[in-house]
Design a protein around this ligand. Sequence first.
Ligand code: BGC
Length: 354
Amino acid sequence: MASHFEQLEQSMDQTPSFDGQVAQLIHLANDNGMTVSFMDIGATWLSCTLPVKGESREILLRSPNMAEHIKQSAYFGSIVGRFANRIALGRFEIEGKQYQVGVNNGENSLHGGIDGFDKRRWAVAEHSANHVVFRLHSADGDQGYPGNLDVSVTYTLTDENALVIGYQASTDKTCPVNLTNHAYFNLAGEGSGAKSLDHQLQLNAEGYLPTDSGLIPSGEIKAVQGTSFDFTQPKNIGSEFLTEPDQKTAGGYDHAFVFEPQVTDGQTVAAILRSPQQDVTMKVKTTKPAVQFYSGNFLAETPGLSKTYELYDGLALETQFFPDGPNKPDWGVNRGVLTPGGSYQHQTVYQFEC
Ligand code: BGC
């Protein structure tokens, strides 16, 4: 029988990707038997298997093959950019100049626009037994964004069962930059049938960003206290699901939660996710100011590895700057706007206990 890595290669290699060529896959394994796999298309985190109770458990959702991967709009495991999440009407102003970027989500721009970084072939710049570095150049004017932007994403697998994602970017013109990884987790197992709603979540976030029906933040940072958005103590995601207008507008949880500044040192645990059976725990540490907690509200009818996914079959915890930040001058450094010579160096860690 083909090994897990062979199966992955076969599924992604049988059909050419967006650029007519087949994907290149990279696999890493640690001493405990945890594995992670990536492909150069979208610098995508394709697979993550954990040793749980003597078995290997796949905890990421993905497409069954490349033919489906290039059709889906779930952004399974990809690096999204230049700007993760939405920019209202795809418009923003920088240094007095108006820009229009691709509109691909109703009237708004989502995850970098029509030809986002998830659809690009990234260069494999470095590769060792425990890390891989992907690089991408995005030319001035790409998708309407200003500035030549150079981006690198480093994935490192540690023997502490952590996947460390390092993000670096530099630009020669001021431009919005907000890079994240769009993995969907199901800690009970990709094909387990467990729902995002059955997981337990804790977020070190005292505020969240309410949105309009197009999922553009209103600009208000609302206190979570006393609302269904309060995850400051561990809570089952389903326990207050769709109980309030701000959730109903978004079809569930699909909001930026604002971390307390003291937890964004990259060392402190900012979020904890537990599997329904409590046999797997994922801890998230980050230097980014927020996380988009998305409960999988648009997953229905997306072809997946073990089946066609249904609503809430997985959830994403996308560390990021504030959605629509370029249009919200009051948000300061949380807007996700990079200047020439400015530093974009971020790190997010997903650490697993099983
Ligand atoms: C967004 C969702 C969107 C999903 C897939 C998430 O980051 O917040 O609204 O449906 O990505 O595109």
